[in-house]
Each structure stands twice: as structure tokens, then as C-alpha cells.
Design a protein around this ligand. Structure first.
Ligand SMILES: [Zn+2]
Length: 202
């Protein structure tokens, strides 16, 4: 944030830019061409974990254009009128989505996350205690904003319920919860109260 620091593009981004030039020149995009409407009418809320970047779509048989993918740390809704619900509203009302899958994963980095520890790391990187105090004074609850979840299943259930009971989500939207294994990609259904019992579920 300092004055006089020029924007510096790292070697990693240079590499990405070089790849991108070649990708476009070689028409690497042709097999990805689709439109903005999801073919499967499904939105997926999941975690930003890098292990899932390719694994999740591959394990679910999803291709470009199939689903709306919403990702953040933990695959959670941290605010009822925040960006996740906003994205779901756009997906439902503008893009024809009819079902939502909440997909958490094993060994999630957001699990056991602790706001006090993160605040200590912020302070070690130059954020002042008075800044933390001021933000707290303005009504930000660091615990509810930054703490992770202890129980992944419980977190998925809570997220499913938060979507189902949201006043702006229409009643005909189906919402279901899952946990994907971060190595094998195996999907396990999380039973959530109003979900119809599936006899074949494991
Ligand atoms: Zn995660």
C-alpha cells in the first residue's frame, strides 16, 4: 500500500501471460465455446481449494457450460446479503438455475480457522491493533466472519438451510449438500432435513 511502490508483475504471471498468448493464437478456446446459460440448470457452491480446481468438475462429469460455479474459502455463506447469495440470485433469476449443490470437501483449510490467530498474522504483517479495534467498533464481528467450522457436515447442513430459508430464494429451488473427497473425488451426500430420502444413498 506504500507510496512509490510500482506495480510489479511477477515471473509467475509473466509465464501465464505467455501461455495465454499462445493459447489464443492456437485457438485453444475452440473446445470450450458455450453460452452464459448453464446446460444443467445447476449452481454449485464449493470451496476455492486448489485441489478441487480440476478434480471437482472431472469427478462430477461436468464440462464447460454445464453449471454455475460459486467458490470461496470453505464454500460457505458468510452474510445473508453477501456475494454468494447475490450470485445465487443471478443464477436463479437471470440464468435459469433450478437446483443448488453445496459441496464441501475433506481436509478443508477453512475448517478450524481461527479469527484470533488470523488477526495475529495481520498484525505481524503491519495491520495496527487500533485498526482492528476500530473495525470491531464499527460492528464487524471477526469471529463470525473469519472463524472456520469445526464439523464439515454440520457446516454443509447449515449452508443448505440458509439457502432454503432465504427470503429471496424461491420455494421451488432444490438444494442439496455433499462432501467431496479431496483426493479421490468421491461425493458423499449430507442428509439435510427437508431433503427427500434417497433409498440408494450410501
Ligand atoms: Zn476448503
Amino acid at each position: 500500500m506504500g507510496v512509490g511502490i510500482t506495480q510489479k508483475i511477477t515471473a509467475m504471471i509473466d509465464e501465464i501471460l505467455a501461455f495465454n498468448k499462445a493459447f489464443v493464437a492456437n485457438k485453444g478456446y475452440e473446445k470450450y465455446i458455450t453460452n452464459k446459460y448453464p446446460d444443467k440448470k445447476i449452481a454449485i457452491l464449493s470451496c476455492m481449494d486448489t485441489r478441487l480446481t480440476e478434480l471437482l468438475p472431472a469427478a462430477l462429469g461436468l464440462r464447460n457450460g454445464d453449471v454455475k460455479m460459486i467458490k470461496n474459502a470453505g464454500g460457505v455463506i458468510s452474510h445473508p446479503f453477501g456475494s454468494v447469495i447475490r450470485s445465487l440470485l443471478v443464477a436463479i433469476y437471470e440464468l435459469g438455475v433450478k437446483e443448488v449443490m453445496v459441496i464441501a470437501h475433506s481436509d478443508c483449510g477453512a475448517c478450524h480457522m481461527n479469527h484470533e490467530e488470523m488477526i495475529e498474522r495481520m498484525k505481524a504483517r503491519g495491520v495496527k491493533q487500533e485498526t482492528i479495534d476500530m473495525i470491531r467498533f464499527c460492528g464487524v464481528d471477526f469471529a463470525s466472519w473469519l472463524d472456520g467450522f469445526e464439523d464439515t457436515e454440520k457446516s454443509v447442513r447449515g449452508t443448505v438451510q440458509a439457502i432454503l430459508s432465504h427470503p429471496l430464494i424461491p420455494h421451488d429451488i432444490m438444494v442439496s449438500g455433499f462432501i467431496i473427497h479431496s483426493v479421490t473425488g468421491e461425493l458423499t451426500r449430507v442428509s439435510c432435513e427437508p431433503v427427500v430420502q434417497d433409498a440408494s444413498a450410501e
